[in-house]
Design a binder for this molecule. Structure first.
Ligand code: CO8
Length: 372
């Protein structure tokens, strides 16, 4: 079987930053306005008063301190509470393609590849900005690549599942060099008036280049020793917007938004994650001491520490399981790839590492990697 490697990675980070302090201040202003406007209903017991959010809660419960967003304006306006941005025309790239171009160029440069080398592009993300034509095909044209391209969505595991597809396409002879992009434009799906979830997500795009050993020229490449994917249906993380939504006269006002039962997710997903990773390590005869780094999904600091401890059998050192969620927040499928991109230095040839995503579905995607 052909050795397949991740030979480059790239990252697009929006310049605008929203801190917890800013987010909580505007949320609490919104709460005051709401409670004032509906005072009579609240007094009559027909409506529950909204409660303040708090920076202390957010940081302690999630580890998130700030997040990058494409369009800050509106999010912090208590009268708006959503990102506001102009709708783009058919002759303009949508935001996801624009982000992907930048991340892709960095990944291609790292891998020593040009668009002419790319023969498959997979755009994999939790939300695809339009159903068709595929964003990946628009990206293919923008970069000047040929071959084929498709979009896919496995929520937070979109990146790892896409890398698995890339490996299979290369091993099956369908492609030689694959570009995977993960444009996570999450902020429009956040309900900024919901105390439980207003702080969770940020916007970002990651990219990776996947290719067979014989074409690799980069000296910072990672052999994909094993891939393990697992899904188990759960309603605990949902988004209900779909193309049939407008047919229902009583459309749910919460339909466009991300919603979750955070506690249940925490409890149910972690055993699944530990199982998938430990089984794959066992299959490949990789011991905890062989692992130099864990690039884990970035949803919650406590989840990551728990998962890392399960894998290593001890508390991880900060550099062993790097966190990016403090400044990026949850970036869905891009989180583990940001951690990989920013914290892959210092690994010697032959040393091993894990890249693992987990999230809605439920879905878990685990790659066991070895530095070339
Ligand atoms: N400020 C102050 N207090 C708060 C706040 C707030 N903002 N929010 C809740 N509280 C209160 C609650 O009311 C509760 O009070 P009480 O004890 O009186 O009832 C108390 O704080 C504790 O609340 P929780 O039990 O909800 O708090 P947790 O400790 O569980 O923390 C988390 C909440 C951070 C959400 C945590 O449960 C968590 O991170 N869970 C895991 C979630 C996860 O990993 N989800 C994956 C989702 S991402 C994914 O799969 C991708 C989907 C696609 C993405 C699409 C892009 C948008």
């Amino acid at each position: 079987m052909k050795n397949v490697l991740i030979s480059g990675s790239g990252l697009f980070t929006p310049t605008e930053i929203v801190t917890n302090e800013e987010l909580v201040a505007s949320f609490n202003q919104y709460v005051d306005l709401f409670n004032e406007q509906y005072a009579a209903d609240i007094e009559a017991g027909e409506l529950a008063a909204l409660e303040y959010s708090s920076c202390e809660f957010i940081e302690k419960a999630s580890g998130i301190k700030s997040r990058h967003v494409l369009h800050k304006e509106g999010i912090l306006d208590p009268a708006v509470m959503m990102p506001v941005f102009p709708k783009r025309g058919e002759d303009e790239h949508p935001e996801m393609v624009e982000m992907a171009i930048v991340a892709a160029q960095e990944a291609m440069a790292q891998a020593g590849k040009t668009a002419a080398d790319i023969d498959l592009i997979i755009c994999a993300a939790s939300n695809i900005q339009r159903p068709y034509p595929a964003l990946s095909i628009e990206l293919q044209q923008a970069l000047g690549a040929s071959g084929y391209a498709f979009d896919m969505n496995v929520a937070c595991s979109s990146a790892t599942f896409a890398i698995s597809n890339a490996v299979n396409a290369i091993r099956g002879g369908m492609a030689k060099v694959v570009l995977v992009v993960n444009p996570e434009f999450a902020s429009p799906q956040v309900n900024y008036t919901n105390r439980d979830s207003h702080f969770i997500f940020g916007d970002v795009c990651t990219a990776t280049i996947i290719e067979a050993e014989e074409t690799v020229t980069s000296n910072n490449a990672y052999r994909i020793l094993g891939v393990s994917l697992k899904t188990e249906f759960s309603n605990n993380i949902r988004c209900d917007i779909g193309y049939t939504e407008h047919c229902h006269p009583e459309t749910d006002p919460d339909a466009p938004f991300f919603k979750q039962q955070g506690r249940k997710v925490f409890k149910e997903l972690l055993p699944l994650v530990a199982d998938v990773i430990l089984n794959e390590m066992q299959r490949l005869a990789v011991a905890p001491d062989d692992l130099k780094r864990l690039w884990l999904h970035q949803a919650n600091i406590n989840m990551n520490l728990f998962a890392a401890k399960k894998i290593l059998g001890r508390d991880p050192l900060p550099e062993e399981a790097p966190l990016v969620l403090d400044t990026y927040a949850n970036t869905a499928s891009a989180g583990s790839v940001i951690a990989f991109h920013k914290h892959k230095e210092g690994i010697q040839s032959g040393e091993k590492a894990i890249l693992c995503s987990f999230g809605a579905g439920y879905s878990v995607g685990c790659l066991v990697l070895e530095k070339r």
